[in-house]
Design a protein around this ligand. Structure first.
Ligand SMILES: Cc1ncc(C[n+]2csc(CCOP(=O)(O)OP(=O)(O)O)c2C)c(N)n1
Length: 333
């Protein structure tokens, strides 16, 4: 990802950007699928939460910010990390709890952190990343460094009081923070309709002070364009934004697909959302416009496969952290 400031003065998405975003989503999808496939081999000593179906949110949001901007994430965070420019080898090594992982092998899938790309942490505590990201925005404002903070969280986290405290504080201090709610309709096995008074969380935010939005999270153009507005707003000192993205978790809550208990959601519902796949629709659009050919897709698929093979080999062959390493990660300078 370029370190140069992106030109966000217009909302247009050109062909290059569309193709870049297609590649980025496809790469995240294939990585998730491989993790799912390898999981029962028991070499990854960590719970995993896959983001198949939600790739457009991570990619659309991260494409609108700089590598120097910050993100905070949650337990379902592989896509956020890769979209922010994270290193695939370091991600897969982290899932194997190896010392070469982005968190030195101590965090596993739910505690990804990589300050080199502005990923300042994910949390296994539902809602835990929200005050983290809000605090990063406070730090940016105090340092006047122009950096924006993007906070990714799910509808389950919107059940937690910390979201409303953080939004209130962000409005009060006009912080450069963008709250991105990935409303994928489920928190483990409980549907959002049993936890909220509306199918959206959006209705709860302060419409006068926030750029509120209820958008199709499977349409990457909508995600990107809304983000561009929110980023411009944050950088010009106007304060926080709240973007609710309508999406769906295609695979099970945790672990690999075969480990997910069946019966808590209708097969029809899953199949309907599979049809709304964000990658499929962008691919169709690119192909219809003559911007993408089958042989180019084959080439991308093969590049991604090689990269994933390398990342798994790297992770498997990497050493475990040593006992001495234990104390090295407690404090940061
Ligand atoms: C404070 C807290 N409560 C409960 C849990 C158990 N838990 C883990 S993931 C999860 C569901 C979170 O749902 P959501 O935020 O919508 O994210 P999703 O898994 O749907 O991506 C729950 C309840 C937890 N980790 N932390």
């Amino acid at each position: 990802m370029s370190q140069q400031k992106k030109n966000l003065s217009h909302l247009g998405i050109n062909r290059e950007l569309q193709k870049k975003m297609f590649y980025s989503m496809l790469r995240i999808r294939r990585v998730q699928e491989r993790i799912d496939q390898e999981y029962l081999n028991d070499q990854m000593k960590t719970p995993v939460h896959l983001c198949v179906g939600q790739e457009a949110i991570a990619v659309g949001a991260c494409e609108a910010i700089e590598q120097t901007d910050y993100i905070s994430s949650n337990h379902r965070g592989h896509g956020h990390y890769l979209a922010k420019g994270g290193n695939l080898k370091k991600l897969i090594a982290e899932l194997h709890c190896k010392s070469t992982g982005c968190s030195g092998g101590f965090g596993g899938s739910m505690h990804i952190i990589d300050t080199s790309v502005g990923h300042l942490g994910s949390s296994s505590i539902v809602g835990g990343g929200i005050p983290l990201g809000t605090g990063m925005a406070l730090a940016s404002k105090m340092k006047n460094n122009g950096r924006v903070s993007v906070v990714f969280f799910g509808d389950g986290a919107a059940d937690e009081g910390v979201l409303y405290e953080s939004i209130n504080f962000a409005i009060l201090r006009k912080l450069p923070v963008i709250f991105i709610l990935e409303n994928n309709k489920w928190a483990v096995c409980s549907p959002v309709t049993t936890r909220q008074t509306s199918k959206n969380i959006f209705h709860r935010t302060d419409q006068d002070l926030l750029l509120t939005a209820d958008i199709n999270g499977n349409d990457i153009a909508q995600v990107y364009k809304t983000m561009v507005q929110a980023v411009n707003r944050a950088r010009s000192g106007e304060g926080p934004s709240f973007i609710e993205c309508d999406t769906y978790r295609i695979l099970g809550h945790a672990g690999c697909e075969t480990q997910d208990p069946k019966g808590y959601r209708e097969l029809n519902e899953i199949n309907e959302w599979k049809e709304k796949c964000p990658i499929k629709s962008l691919k169709q659009e690119l192909m219809n416009n003559g911007f993408l050919e089958n042989n180019e897709i084959e080439h991308l698929e093969s590049m991604i496969k090689d990269e994933i093979d390398d990342a798994f080999a790297y992770a498997v062959n990497s050493p475990l952290p040593s006992a001495e390493d234990l104390h090295g990660s407690l404090f940061s300078e």
